[in-house]
Design a protein around this ligand. Structure first.
Ligand SMILES: Nc1nc2c(c(=O)[nH]1)N[C@H]1C(S)=C(S)[C@@H](COP(=O)(O)O)O[C@H]1N2
Ligand SMILES: [Mo]
Length: 309
């Protein structure tokens, strides 16, 4: 069948058809993708009823829709109601923006948003698994964090990376709730931060990152529970001591530093053996390291992952 797609119908989502896991392939411009889609779309197929394949991740799971990804959010700086974050975040000012990188580095530096967007932007389709037991498949744009870290030259004494979210209670109503020890803090071991899967995301579905997803720049660590993927980052500090995250400070028996997705280690309030993919009815088994074990398990060889939860 011959399918002609009028250019008006080419939405960012349609760019994701027939595309696999682009993690290593790197950046493709929208123009390249449009050209590729156009060519494929007008190619006649001999067999007839071959439907256009849906966008999928490398495990052959379909992507969640832009609507789902941008209307079901955890972002406690705005509200704990996942379905209200998008509305409350509409007027958040994510530009201009500065990201200060310092601590145990030879070349501390402030990156303006334009500097961050000057890193070659890649497309990465990642699963996001929340500790609450739901998950999504999200097509991000961004750049690996190691590119930024190499620029600031970590000192030999640096062992951890501490991340901090903006504190702006005028625009973030949840931050007026003093129950939480704002600002939101997260941390990684330096080798985790340097891993190629660890992404600084600046967009999704080919668009600028929406405020509810952490605009203008957020961390994405796909093998860890979603709370590690801190949003709206304004400070990165390399340290010798292990950083204390907001969740470790609030509930150390519930939230450890590592937070690797692990079906065998239950959270005190809920099992982690299975999960609900947003948009699906049943539950599916949770995969060790969220399906990224081949890439990251060696980071933890010899460690007791029950003790280091
Ligand atoms: N600053 C900040 N970052 C955050 C959160 C938050 O409340 N504040 N929530 C985390 C949690 S629990 C999850 S599951 C993911 C959700 O990301 P998403 O809304 O883009 O899907 O963001 C994480 N990053
Ligand atoms: Mo989460």
């Amino acid at each position: 069948m011959t399918r002609l797609i009028p250019s008006s119908a080419i939405t960012p989502e349609s760019l994701y058809t027939r595309r696999g896991f682009l993690g290593i392939a790197g950046a493709l411009s929208a123009a390249t993708l449009l050209a590729a889609c156009g060519r494929r779309a007008t190619e006649p197929t001999l067999s007839g009823e071959q439907p256009a394949s849906e966008p999928r991740d490398e495990l052959d799971d379909p992507l969640n829709s832009f609507e789902q990804i941008t209307n079901y959010n955890n972002y406690y700086e705005f509200t704990t109601d996942k379905q209200e974050v998008a509305r409350l975040a509409t007027s958040f000012r994510s530009s201009p923006w500065e990201l200060e990188v310092g601590g145990l580095v030879a070349r501390p530096r402030i990156f303006a948003l334009e500097d961050l967007l000057a890193f070659p932007q890649e497309e990465r389709i990642y699963r996001l698994r929340c500790v609450e037991g739901w998950s999504m498949v999200i097509p991000w744009q961004g750049f690996p964090l190691h590119q930024l870290l190499r620029m600031v030259e970590p000192l030999p004494t640096a062992r951890y990376v501490r991340f901090e979210t903006i504190f702006r209670p005028e625009e973030m109503p949840g931050q007026r709730d003093r129950y939480y020890p704002w600002p939101y803090i997260e941390g990684l071991r330096l080798d985790e931060a340097m891993h190629d899967l660890t992404l600084m995301a600046t967009g999704l579905y080919g668009r600028t990152l929406p405020p509810q997803n952490g605009a203008p720049v957020r961390l994405v660590v796909p093998w860890k529970y979603g709370f590690k993927s801190i949003k709206a980052v304004v400070r990165i500090e390399l340290t010798e001591q292990i950083p204390t995250s907001l969740w470790m400070a609030m509930a150390p028996h519930e939230y450890g530093f590592y937070a690797n997705v692990n079906p065998e280690v239950a959270h005190p309030r809920w099992s982690q053996a299975s999960e609900r993919r947003i948009g699906e009815l049943g539950r599916r088994p949770t995969l060790p390291f969220n399906g990224y074990a081949d890439e990251v398990a060696m980071l933890y060889s010899g460690m007791d992952l029950r003790r280091n939860f």
